[in-house]
Design a protein around this ligand. Structure first.
Ligand code: EPU
Length: 420
């Protein structure tokens, strides 16, 4: 197991190129099992453990998967021989639940392990299951597995009582091959959902309304393999912007889509950053200033993303003033707070709120990553903390950030990965 060693780096200065979006690529890989003709080619795939895990999941179902040096993956579902997603793989990555809808729609059966516990909250999948039942699937939960069967899924109106990203994606994928029309109401509007819809449309699906809260799908008989390039990762983009803002530095983020980050850019501007953007770049300059404290309220897109909450907590920990951060998506997503407190941060938790009193300085310490975005926030804190910070359990970071330490090194950061 490796750890990261970070020494204070003030300021960050340079250019970074953003990789493809993890949360767009994972559902696309899963959707590839629905194809009847030609293989699927996905480009701009990030080099991540979660991608490797998803490919392993499909490989053990018999799908032929190949990846080239440019991180373009090719998936041929004509060799599929089972529709089983075992606990061993699902437990390491909750997004594995995304195979449920596609397998059921195409093969009429699926056996997928229930994902189980998660560090950031309870994260049930009952909304996925209830929606598939409403489409005609017979689903039983037995021995920790979801066993689902159907003749052919039937289009219907699914109104999610709560907005769910992977729930919307599962039903969106399943309904492309269902009989008749499906309406998804209170659908998630995240850019990754839109990218998945565009990918499915290219494969022959009939979808409209994606990007709004009501998506309409007219089922088709078959989908065909296509070549598609995934959109850039908005959370990786936001994380690098915070790296510059927290260190009083400046950055040019390339291959980024600013419109996907409006809520985050607004907050960074309030904290004192000068930001401008072109079609594919975001430029941020903090001009050596200490950030001002900013309140955050997380919510479904287009509100402030929960996946950027930990990074902004780090920024507020060294900001001028006191801030209140409300986490409205996942009840337990404050695991980074205890670790930041070990670095001298003044943060009090009160149910789903963190009250952060900005300190002039944090101090390096040995800390532990608890989940993907928490790991990123500890790296950010390490960049500004006096002395040396050591982050353990960094396998979390490799699940979702493509070459993070190399990219930070290019920006001048003193960060090193060493074996423990
Ligand atoms: N929820 C339920 N029942 C369900 C499903 C969800 O109550 O059946 C609740 C959740 O507990 C949560 C809320 O609904 O309170 C929203 O959860 P959602 O289903 O939208 O989350 P998800 O689909 O499991 C995706 C991302 C997460 C991201 C969230 C929120 C993927 C693969 N994962 O998770 O990404 O935080 O949406 O935006 O797309 C990450 O990348 O670090 C990450 C955790």
């Amino acid at each position: 197991m490796d750890k990261l060693i970070i020494n204070r780096t003030l300021p960050i200065d340079g250019e970074v190129s953003i990789s493809g979006a993890k949360n767009a690529v994972l559902p696309m890989i899963c959707a590839s099992v629905m194809v009847s003709k030609n293989s699927v080619n996905i480009r701009n795939v990030p080099h991540l453990h979660d991608v490797t895990t998803t490919l392993r999941l499909l490989t053990q179902m018999g799908v032929t998967t190949t990846m080239d040096e440019q991180m373009s993956i090719s998936l041929d579902a004509s060799t599929i021989n089972n529709s089983f997603a075992p606990y061993d793989l699902v437990k390491t990555m909750r997004a594995s639940i995304l195979v449920l809808g596609p397998l059921l729609a195409k093969y009429g059966e699926a056996k997928v392990s229930l994902p189980g516990g998660c560090a950031i909250g309870t994260r049930p999948v009952s909304l996925h299951i209830e929606a598939l039942k409403k489409m005609g699937a017979v689903i039983e939960i037995e021995n920790g597995y979801i066993s689902a069967k159907c003749n052919k899924l039937q289009g219907t109106c699914i109104e999610f009582p709560k907005t769910t990203v992977t729930g919307t994606e599962n039903i969106l994928m399943a309904s492309t091959l269902a009989r008749g029309k499906t309406l998804i109401k209170n659908a998630a509007m995240e850019p990754e959902v839109i990218d998945l819809a565009n990918f499915l449309i290219k494969m022959g699906a009939k979808i409209s309304g994606h990007g709004t809260s009501t998506i309409e799908i007219d089922g088709v008989e078959n989908l065909e393999g296509v070549s598609y390039s995934a959109l850039p990762d908005r959370i990786e983009t936001g994380t690098f912007l915070v790296a510059a803002a927290i260190t009083g530095g400046r950055i040019i983020v390339k291959h980024a889509i600013s419109s996907h980050l409006e809520a985050v850019l607004k907050k960074l501007q309030q904290s004192g950053a000068e930001i401008h953007f072109t079609e594919s770049e975001i430029h941020l300059d903090m001009k050596g200033k200490r950030p001002k404290a900013i309140d955050i309220d997380t919510g479904p897109y287009p509100q402030f993303p929960t996946d950027m909450q930990a990074q902004l907590t780090a920024l507020n920990a060294i900001a001028d003033g006191t801030s209140i951060i409300r986490e409205n998506i996942f009840e337990n997503r404050f695991m980074h707070v205890q670790e930041m407190t070990r670095m001298g941060a003044d943060i009090k938790l009160d149910q789903n709120r963190a009250i952060v009193v900005g300190k002039e300085e944090l101090v390096g310490a040995q800390v532990m990553a608890t989940d993907l975005r928490a790991s990123a926030s500890l790296i950010l804190a390490g960049l500004v903390a006096k002395g040396k910070t050591e982050i353990e359990r960094i396998y979390h970071i490799d699940r979702g950030y493509d070459c993070i330490e190399e990219k930070l090194q290019q920006l001048g950061a003193d960060i090193l990965r060493v074996p423990m």
